[in-house]
Design a protein around this ligand. Sequence first.
Ligand SMILES: [Zn+2]
Length: 191
Amino acid sequence: MTRARKVRQPREKATRSTGEEPGVFRVAGERGVFVTDDFLVTLSLSLRTLMGSSSAALYGWGIESGKRLVENLRGADAAVASAGPERAVRASLEYLTRSGWGHLEVREIDVANQTVRVESPNLIGIERLAYAENRKPHPSDDFTRGLIAGVASAAFRVEVDAIETSCRANGGEICAFLAARRDVLSKLPAR
Ligand SMILES: [Zn+2]
């Protein structure tokens, strides 16, 4: 009995809601939910089963989620709303880091050229795990890639795409992302 309680304790602690409402957890004021990596892998694999390939769907889903995140942060924080695109990008990536997505480090924000470079050593890796099952050596954090593209698009108020220039899924030390307008993306050096 004592043993079982000992094992259960950290889990109960980790998922305990911080507010007054039982079952409600908030991240920076927004209602959130804890899910595991395994849950996200299942979601990713289901998308692939339903759609043939999950990467385009995950990328598109990420873009819309990233745009929405910037809109919500601008709505909730007057300082973000009145500041330029750099503040919006940083606030969004900090939010994602706090949410447990992984440590997202901003390497460069070039407002004039509307480009953003982001790195992460420890993304939760939905797609990484999903692709690993099929042993596909491919940069594969498509949802995160979409999130960064969406965040940059909303921050710069122009449609921006993102590529993953290094990925832990295929031997890279980190996952690195470059977001830029499609017409300039093809002309930029990858790193
Ligand atoms: Zn990656």
